[in-house]
Design a protein. Structure first.
Length: 299
């Protein structure tokens, strides 16, 4: 089998079809069969596991992963992401949902195995892409913030609210921008120099995100972007970008890796500022006890 190390570099943004055409002659017979199957069956690429793709091509999951790398991808997750993005631009969301359901087994054991395999895959890819220096920079910004403003759209709104609550519990003042459209202006009004904005935006670039980033830049607030696909679009406009890889098939959901990154940030802040985190936690418990009537206020 020819070594992929001698292959010419591929042009960024090439489609799977273009990559297969360019590298087919250098692939082993099993890799070529796998590559051509993935080229001709894009929905299977997005929704099938590596082992399922191996069965479909009469090869193995290892061959599927090797083929993805031989085609110039970092691995199967990047290949899936590329194909999924192309499909999403051509296919109605309802059709994608129908395809996802159709490709998944209804047997509980197989369903659980598939979900956990997909979760492990996106976690591994997120870990591979996450730069420790960027992570450390994000934690440092949050720890020194005058106030933190978090923002997310759709399901990502829940992660934004979660981060704001967890930051408050380790002694960092934080709030979540919950309004869209005209009403968002009230959430942006208090933003100022020394604040930190955390934007959870897996893949959709909305007007609200652009306005939020522009305003943060104007007032001197720092910006952390947690995203799957918007780095090429927003990377130069923010201070730190943290990749949160999503599964093109939608399982696990788009907030899965973003939540893991949120937990990691809180842990890093608490470890670095232990006394502050402990004091905040003790105050929280004291307030809870008071609300439950377990303590009596001094006269």
């Amino acid at each position: 089998m020819a070594s992929t190390a001698t292959h010419p570099e591929l042009t960024p943004g090439q489609s799977l079809q273009q990559r297969v055409a360019e590298r087919a002659a250098d692939l082993s017979p099993a890799e070529r069969r796998t590559a051509e199957y993935m080229r001709d069956h894009p929905h299977d690429v997005v929704f099938a596991s590596a082992s399922e793709l191996g069965a479909m091509t009469s090869t193995s999951d290892a061959t599927v992963i090797r083929t993805a790398r031989a085609l110039g991808y970092t691995g199967l997750p990047e290949l899936r992401h590329s194909v999924g993005a192309a499909l999403a631009s051509l296919t109605r969301p309802s059709a994608m949902l129908h395809q996802r359901i159709a490709t998944m087994s209804h047997e509980p054991a197989e369903l659980i195995a598939r979900l956990f395999d997909d979760a492990a895959e996106v976690l591994a890819e997120t870990r591979r892409c996450l730069d420790p220096g960027a992570f450390q920079a994000a934690a440092a910004l949050l720890a020194s913030a005058r106030e933190c403003l978090t923002f997310g759209v759709g399901l990502s709104e829940t992660v934004a609210e979660y981060l704001a609550r967890r930051l408050n519990r380790v002694g960092i003042r934080a709030r979540s921008a919950r309004r869209m459209g005209f009403g968002m202006a009230d959430d942006l009004l208090p933003l100022g120099k020394g604040d930190v904005v955390v934007v959870f935006a897996p893949g959709r670039l909305l007007r609200e995100i652009e306005v939020l980033i522009d305003h943060a830049q104007q007032v001197g607030a720092s910006i952390i972007l947690v995203t799957d696909a918007l780095l090429p679009v927003l990377g130069e406009r923010v201070h730190v970008t943290l990749p949160a890889v999503c599964s093109p098939g939608g399982t696990p959901g788009e907030t899965f890796t973003a939540t893991i990154i949120t937990d990691a940030l809180i842990l890093a802040i608490a470890a670095e500022h232990e006394q502050q985190a402990v004091q905040s936690s003790e105050l929280l418990n004291k307030l809870r006890a008071s609300l439950l009537g377990l303590t009596r206020s001094a006269p």
